[in-house]
Design a protein around this ligand. Structure first.
Ligand SMILES: Nc1nc2c(ncn2[C@@H]2O[C@H](COP(=O)(O)OP(=O)(O)OP(=O)(O)O)[C@@H](O)[C@H]2O)c(=O)[nH]1
Ligand SMILES: [Mg+2]
Length: 255
């Protein structure tokens, strides 16, 4: 075969292998640290189970990802993951899933690695979401996951700090109900209810309209104007209230 013919076959196969987020669907991407259980224990020096710097870098990364060319409506981070809601009409990379996943995973991995001066890798998955109700379900699901994981992580590290070997601590927690986990922490002097909300509920990032004072050089007067600024909510509300909070953000963008 001539090289031109080979090229035509290759291009056709490449094109036919491509997958797209179908029109009319919202796009959610979820980035997740690869092997962070090992990485956080062996390579990074961090507080357990939650580390202020780690949490800050995840928020900074979410803010950074708002400015990588996609029309991001809402960002949510907990533990080593970030979910981004991208607008239904976003046409970046013609909505190619390959491009979304690879570019965003690359951006996240590069950003995080620079902060910790260590090679840290994120994977990325793309999920098509057909309606607002499912968007609310998605973010409530991630918030419940944050809650479950943080309670277990506190129990695990409390047991470890009190002499339990890793396997025994993990085994003990596996069989416990949520109430029993709360009770266990209480026995060791930790009141789960009073721990910082960002650790239990995750953190939301979104554009908020704020009033700013500007200056009109023509009239020489101070003027009030509305600007959009990225806002970080570290004290998210729960369940029904969270749905209402999310709806109010999403409705600004619905057409
Ligand atoms: N020390 C510490 N560890 C954290 C913190 N936030 C997240 N982690 C770790 O990040 C891990 C995230 O777990 P997963 O994403 O479920 O698992 P993983 O090991 O990353 O594996 P894959 O995601 O499947 O590649 C947890 O096990 C925690 O140990 C933190 O603030 N401090
Ligand atoms: Mg991970």
């Amino acid at each position: 075969m001539k090289i031109e013919e080979i090229e035509a076959v290759m291009r056709k196969n490449e094109g036919l292998s491509e997958q797209y987020v179908l029109p009319g669907n919202y796009i959610i991407v979820r980035l997740d640290g690869k092997g962070f259980t090992k990485l956080t224990k062996e390579k990074l020096t961090l507080e357990k189970p939650f580390d202020e710097k780690f949490g800050k870098v995840m928020i900074d990364m979410a803010r950074y990802l708002f400015n990588t060319g996609f029309k991001v409506i809402y960002g949510y981070t907990q533990s080593d993951e970030i979910s981004l809601l991208i607008d239904r009409d976003d046409q970046t990379f013609s909505r190619k899933i390959r491009k979304l996943n690879s570019v965003l995973a690359g951006e996240a991995s590069a950003f995080f690695s620079l902060q910790f001066q260590e090679i840290c890798v994120f994977d990325c998955r793309t999920i098509a979401i057909p309606n607002q109700e499912m968007l609310l379900d998605y973010f409530c699901w991630r918030q419940e996951d944050a809650h479950r994981n943080s309670l277990s992580a506190y129990c695990y590290w409390t047991l470890r700090n009190n002499g339990f070997p890793a396997k025994q601590a993990a085994g003990k927690i596996e069989k416990m109900s949520q109430a029993e986990k709360n009770e266990l922490l209480f026995q060791y002097g930790i009141n789960y209810n009073t721990l910082p909300l960002w650790q239990k509920r995750g953190v939301g990032i979104y554009n908020k309209e704020v009033m700013k004072q500007g200056f009109n050089p023509v009239t020489n007067e101070k003027v009030d104007c509305v600007r959009k600024e990225l806002f970080v909510e570290k004290e998210l509300v729960l369940r029904g209230e969270y749905r209402a909070f999310l709806s109010s953000i999403f409705n600004v963008y619905s057409h």
